[in-house]
Design a protein around this ligand. Sequence first.
Ligand SMILES: Nc1ncnc2c1ncn2[C@@H]1O[C@H](COP(=O)(O)OP(=O)(O)O)[C@@H](O)[C@H]1O
Ligand SMILES: [Mg+2]
Length: 501
Amino acid sequence: MVAASGDVVERIQLAPDAGLVKSLGANHTLESAIADLVDNSIDAGAGRVSVRLLTRQDRLVQVEVLDDGKGMDVNVVNAAMTIGHQRDYSVDDLGHFGMGLKVASFGHADVLTVWSTKYGATPVGRRIRRADFSKDFTCEVLSAKVAEEHSADRSVILGSDVGTSIIWTEVRNAYRGDAADEARRWLATRNEALRAHLGVTFHRLLADRRLRIDVLVDELGEALAAPGVPVLPIDPFGYATSGHPDYPKVLVAKAGETRVKLRCHVWPARSDITGFRIGTKPGEQFQGFYIYRNDRLLQAGGWSDTANPSPARQLARVVLEDSQAIGSFLTMNPEKSGLKFEPIFHDALGRAAAADGTTFIEYLQDAESIHIDANKRKRRRRPVIRPDKGFTPAVRKRIGNELQFIDGDSIDLKWRRMPAGEFFDVELPTKTLWLNSRYRPLFAPSGGSLNDAPVLKALMFLLTHEVFEGRHLGAKDKDQIALWKSILGAAVVAEERMRGE
Ligand SMILES: Nc1ncnc2c1ncn2[C@@H]1O[C@H](COP(=O)(O)OP(=O)(O)O)[C@@H](O)[C@H]1O
Ligand SMILES: [Mg+2]
């Protein structure tokens, strides 16, 4: 039964209990939590951020995020430590809920310390212990003198007098066991995951040099006064040529006044580059929507119930960037991961179309057909002998992506001295293709290495692999080899003469 207004006898105010603090941050990974701190640095106008994973005997004990942003004074820092304090945001801000700093921090640490210096203001320091904060929101005010010292340290690392340092101590969720190699592996994995996450999340800002992020992993107390190793941008749309000649295509989704552009991409089949792959995870896991807000990636893939993920759809990635869309079509959560698509967006997507009439379903089918055709081609092709020594890994891998290998057989490509005018030789019993080392400087000018001259070797493989696939050289094979030797012998002599001139 619904209560009527006459049933109200009194209004009482129920302020939140500080115990809510205990629930914060459970959904954050270490990477997403650190990215949230980087958001704050960006909002503060930082051009440089140094993320520091500090260890004691390879166990993560402290995380620091230092920036050269505009810093905070007393008033701002007090608001900053308050849960849900929403300042006046501008349209290009990444902040939103007034939660990020606290949620990210308490998801991973029991103590949060903030040191900050703003131009013309006394440096400030604040510390929150999660246990106290979750009783009565207690925050400790730290001495300005110590804040001044921290400001000086930060200035050595980032070269700026103003800025902010966020420091997590009593870090939870880190490897604490006895095995030293486990500890190092844990750290290496987190470092890789962090670099990949920051690299893709901020790829536009990093690529445009609007932002530089460095990551340092070092022992606490001995850490270098250096920012660390730069994070490289990972562009999830960084292919050279589209997988489908008609794409990318823009589909427009409309609902009432809201119009959202969906830029639909088809990756080339069997890509094996960073960008398709992200970090150590295969590209297949990154199909779906890429949602950008002020050039920050909020979601890297996932169909959010608008379509089903499948291996056949692995080439499909859709960019959605429209701050208009967030709020009406999409709901952001405090972790800024996995946006929720509103029912109105699902309806709009069903009706969305490109200028040429292409619908969302047709786009998915186009992406699937590129993937399926590429696989059919691979299966139709005859298996080949596996390239082994002498081929650079990228070439070996690509040949393996395009063709299947004959079991238990492989070919080596090596250099050895031969008479002038001879370019190569076939040695079937050892399955070796010899190249004349006399001409090696022409193809590997910087001295050469085991895997040198990749173009030449790939061409030689494509030309000769069939003769290595038989058990002996037939008359036809011998004639072919004689033909290649004759022509390539003349070619290499000409090549040498031209280069000499
Ligand atoms: N690195 C920083 N530099 C300057 N100000 C910061 C920084 N981090 C946090 N702040 C301040 O603290 C406030 C609260 O941050 P946060 O809890 O992440 O919420 P939001 O970013 O949604 O406002 C920010 O609005 C900003 O004023
Ligand atoms: Mg924030």
